[in-house]
Design a protein around this ligand. Structure first.
Ligand SMILES: [Zn+2]
Length: 109
């Protein structure tokens, strides 16, 4: 394995070995909000529609105050880039995963 070949793909953003890398399929994901049904779709690279919806949610959440991690949900429509009319709907939610850390220090028993 040649680790010098391990790079981030400039197209899909995945880290992989460049010589054998193939980008996952491209999807259009758009958020469905009240009257904003025709919001600009975002291009997302993912293995399937569900992963595309999740990746969109992660990205969308980071633009704001992480509403998904605070319990809100969004509705999105996902379609293959070459078949934009073939849309599938998803509700995207988030979950904050607690993480604990320890560091060594002097502790009096
Ligand atoms: Zn790629």
């Amino acid at each position: 394995m040649n680790w010098e070949e391990f790079e981030q793909c400039p197209i899909c953003g995945e880290f992989d070995f460049v010589s054998r890398h193939r980008c996952p399929p491209a999807w259009y994901v758009r958020i469905v909000e009240d009257d904003d049904r025709y919001a600009e779709p975002m291009r997302v690279y993912a293995r399937d529609t569900e992963e595309a919806a999740e990746k969109f949610g992660e990205n969308w959440d980071s633009w704001g105050d992480y509403p998904l991690l605070s319990g809100e949900e969004i509705a999105v429509l996902v379609s293959p880039c070459d078949q934009p009319d073939d849309e599938q709907g998803f509700i995207v939610t988030g979950e904050m995963i607690p993480e604990y850390r320890a560091h060594a220090t002097e502790v009096t028993p």
